[in-house]
Design a protein around this ligand. Structure first.
Ligand SMILES: [Zn+2]
Length: 79
């Protein structure tokens, strides 16, 4: 009688443990995929994508400040 009652309990416990274990594995894999995707996105951006909002920066020969190439820049520093 006791064995018939405890066997489903044991099976249920095993199923819960396995489910939690797989849940953790799935979460870890998902985080790894997101990390890889972020890394790849940054790499493709650095590779010269067309949608990059960052312009090429050039150093002003007068004040030494880095300004967008082709942009209007006045050497309006203090002093
Ligand atoms: Zn300048």
């Amino acid at each position: 009688m006791f064995g018939i009652f405890s066997l489903p309990k044991i099976l249920f416990t095993i199923v819960v443990i396995v489910a939690v274990w797989y849940g953790f594995k799935w979460l870890n894999r998902r985080q790894q995929v997101q990390r890889d995707r972020a890394k790849n996105g940054r790499l493709s951006e650095a590779g010269g994508g067309k949608n990059t909002a960052v312009e090429d920066m050039v150093q002003c020969p007068d004040c030494g400040a880095y300004v967008p190439e082709g942009g209007h820049h006045n050497c309006a520093g203090p002093d």
